[in-house]
Design a binder for this molecule. Structure first.
Ligand SMILES: NC(=O)c1ccc[n+]([C@@H]2O[C@H](COP(=O)([O-])OP(=O)(O)OC[C@H]3O[C@@H](n4cnc5c(N)ncnc54)[C@H](OP(=O)(O)O)[C@@H]3O)[C@@H](O)[C@H]2O)c1
Length: 210
């Protein structure tokens, strides 16, 4: 599959690593050319075969787009990309207010549904918000494949994202419609809050066992 990733940070690296490992083509959309080039070099080291490049923000994207920016930047991303109209957009964000360390959306709502309102002509699928960047880069935790929880209202788009996850060496777990993203975002927040307590250096994973 051809996939665009908007952003060059921790999650762009983590998800990008999994995608190139799975033989997918990755285009990094980067605000900062040097950082984007550095990430491309890192991803090329993952696999000698890696088909990966960097382009400036605003360049036409592939059909599947992973928005790897802060939640609060999604509105700007919409402006930069004409609303990503017609694309399958993967919302990986954890919509957290870092002053209060609480979720930004009102109770019962989700950031993913807000993203779907902002990018109203795109098909939004929530995924990857509960997988931390380090384990994504490593590809496993304690020898076990990562679970990627997926929520969305469009079955075809969810099937596309599930296939991408599976072929990149992880297990897709469909948790239902986009409204269920509020639960994923809730557990995403808890995961962030307990990192110091559990002391795994942000290398833990949320997974169903058994
Ligand atoms: N880190 C994790 O383990 C983790 C886990 C699950 C979900 N998430 C979610 O994943 C998202 C990315 O997290 P991260 O850790 O990768 O953050 P990060 O390392 O800070 O990277 C954020 C990226 O967004 C880019 N960016 C910001 N505004 C932009 C805009 N308007 N247009 C294009 N690019 C823009 C930044 O570019 P510049 O550097 O050039 O400014 C940077 O490359 C967040 O929403 C976070 O909640 C993170």
């Amino acid at each position: 599959m051809k996939v665009s990733i908007i952003g060059n940070g921790n999650m762009a690296k983590g998800i990008g690593t999994r995608l190139v490992s799975g033989g997918h083509s990755v285009t990094i959309h980067s605000q900062d050319e040097a950082k984007g080039k550095e990430l491309v070099e890192q991803l090329k080291k993952v696999s000698g075969e890696a088909d990966v490049k960097v382009v400036p923000i605003g360049t036409e994207t592939d059909e599947v787009v992973i928005v790897a920016t802060p939640y609060t930047e999604v509105e700007n991303v919409g402006k930069e990309y004409n609303g990503l109209a017609g694309k399958v957009v993967v919302d990986i964000t954890n919509p957290v207010d870092f002053n209060t360390f609480q979720l930004i959306p009102e109770a019962g709502q989700s950031g993913a549904q807000e993203v779907a309102k902002i990018l109203s002509e795109a098909t939004v699928v929530k995924a990857f918000n509960t997988t931390l960047a380090g384990p994504l880069e490593a590809g496993e935790v304690e020898g076990k494949e990562l679970d990627v929880f997926i929520a969305g209202d469009d079955d075809d788009a969810k099937a596309t994202v599930s296939e991408l996850v599976k072929t990149s060496g992880m297990r897709p777990v469909d948790v239902g419609p986009l409204s269920e993203a509020r639960h994923l975002e809730g557990i995403g927040l808890i995961q962030m809050k307990v990192q110091d307590q559990i002391g795994t250096g942000w290398m833990s994973a949320l997974k169903f066992l058994g």
